[in-house]
Design a protein around this ligand. Structure first.
Ligand SMILES: [Zn+2]
Ligand SMILES: [Zn+2]
Length: 330
């Protein structure tokens, strides 16, 4: 089969690899679409991947069942969660695989076939396109949805999103769909355009204006919620400078240590800060319901490429020119 290989230093080629064999509890999936994730860029720009590839958002058809699989059938359409759990602990029983002590990550999804645990596969209903299926079973919509579960306070009217890459764009789309005013901050003009198209009321270029002052002025004192989706200590600090008293900061972007002041950033302003990682397998039906209620999930996709043009797909994403980028398989 054909499979994406990242050779390091931004080099991509399509290699060949044997079709993997599903082990006990696993299924073999024939890939129809896979989505690129911003988290792959460190591998792409850096050392590459000696074996396989970091693809972890995909939808396809169950081709073969491994021993013991009764949940799925051959020929079924599925979208796949890249994180699976032991299947038996309390968290797994509740579909919260990211909290399982034995959680495991499954990649290699930028390939014509990949294996995944059966318990990590969402059956895709017929009214769901492959593209939307991949987004609501992967990071594309899963991360924004899981983040939204941390932003339930009805007083949240304004949300500032720092970093309008693919995840930040999903936050803009969903928070706008939920009726909040969204302000997006990003250096890339293309990403600011996408954020406006997804419903942001204001976008800011931090190279041109001080986003802290601009957001304070626009909101009359600060946003009730800030989402850090840039993965930078500087933007994390700005979130705390911009969040209103009694507001909440959510960390999405992985990043190194940040210096915060318990007194200034938290205590004296009753500020909350929480992390939000990936999504819970059990959240899929609620994401599906949001999509069916009109959340325009497909608008997150800005680029489509055939597998053979994977190198151009990575180049465009790395250049900050894209929202979600999809690879299509023959
Ligand atoms: Zn990802
Ligand atoms: Zn478990």
């Amino acid at each position: 089969m054909q499979s994406v290989r990242l050779n390091g230093g931004s080099a991509v080629h399509i290699g060949t690899a044997p079709v993997p064999e599903p082990q006990s509890g696993q299924v073999l999936v024939r890939t129809v679409v896979s989505a690129l994730c911003g988290s792959e860029l460190s591998t792409y720009r850096g050392p590459g991947s000696a074996a396989g590839n970091p693809g972890h958002e995909a939808a396809g058809v169950v081709e073969k069942l491994g021993p013991g699989v009764t949940l799925l059938q051959s020929g079924q359409r599925v979208g796949v969660s890249a994180i699976s759990g032991c299947g038996t602990c309390l968290y797994c029983q509740q579909g919260q695989y990211t909290w399982c002590a034995k959680k495991a990550f499954f990649g290699n999804m930028h390939a014509e076939y990949f294996v995944a645990p059966a318990i990590a596969c969402h059956a895709l209903p017929d009214d769901l396109s492959w593209e939307v299926g991949a987004l609501i079973s992967g990071d594309g919509f899963g991360v924004p949805y899981h983040t939204s579960t941390k932003l339930c306070d009805p007083r949240i009217a304004r949300v500032a999103v720092f970093g309008a890459g693919p995840i930040g764009q999903g936050q803009v789309l969903l928070q706008n769909h939920l009726g909040r005013q969204v302000i997006a901050v990003d250096l890339s003009p293309r990403r600011r355009e996408y954020a406006l198209a997804l419903g942001a009321v204001l976008t800011l270029d931090p190279a041109q204006v001080d986003p802290v002052a601009a957001i304070r002025e626009f909101t009359g004192g600060g946003a009730e919620a800030c989402i850090e989706a840039a993965g930078k200590p500087a933007t994390a600090k700005q979130c705390f400078q911009v969040v209103r008293t009694a507001g909440i900061v959510v960390f999405n972007g992985e990043q190194p240590a940040v210096e915060l002041s318990p007194s200034e950033d938290f205590i004296r302003r009753d500020v909350w800060a929480v992390g939000s990682w990936y999504y819970h397998f059990s959240e899929f039906p609620r994401m599906l319901a949001l999509y069916r209620a009109g959340a325009p999930v497909a608008k997150l996709i800005t680029h489509h490429f055939p597998l053979s043009e994977a190198a151009e797909a990575y180049r465009a994403m790395a250049a900050g020119e894209t929202g979600k980028v999809l690879l299509h398989y023959p």
